[in-house]
Design a protein around this ligand. Sequence first.
Ligand SMILES: [Zn+2]
Ligand SMILES: [Zn+2]
Length: 220
Amino acid sequence: MTFGHDHTQRACETLTALRADLEHLTDLRGVGRVRRWGGWGPSLEQIAAAGARHAAERVDTLEQLANGIVPIGASPAPADLVVLDTLRMVEIDLADLLDAVCDRIAPRTRRSTTNPRRIGQLVSLLTRVGAERDLLDHVLSEARRMHRAVKHALGDTEEVRQLADRCPHCNAKSLRALMDRGVVVCGNGFCRCSDDTCGCHHPSRPRRHTWSATEFLETA
Ligand SMILES: [Zn+2]
Ligand SMILES: [Zn+2]
């Protein structure tokens, strides 16, 4: 039964990640990016100072990159639409998934009506779901699909700018600066750098080649 156990574990992790990212996405509804600070750690003043320092460095380098920069899809309205659409879609799909699970294994259970509670209820039913392999597969694939959509919507709210330069590796005009993260990414999925150990060389899931803005200025 290790198969079922592994899948149950994976479904639990995916649902937990979905709950966390969904919360971030809900924060973004109509208000732009919100960062929450909770728990112990440096004082607010220290964070503000570090943030300002980091932002100043990033703005410097990104401004140097800004020759010929044109924003793509970066206006707040479309990003907000993606957020709202995704939230609406996940709301419906989570309710459907919970219905499907309850219908099969817990018909008399009262179904939760908010997204975080629906996810909590799904997690608490997972041990029993694990006994029904097809149901478990369905939960896992649905959770993954929703999580992908939520992550995509989160990514879309970040300010992305197209750079005028050509990629030093593949020569395509495919470079984007992700302003929030202070990185430059080559959007060409087939782009490979000369370093075999880089994520862009990953045999089954190559990642887009990424530079920090500073590193990029040194390379370019
Ligand atoms: Zn490239
Ligand atoms: Zn690379």
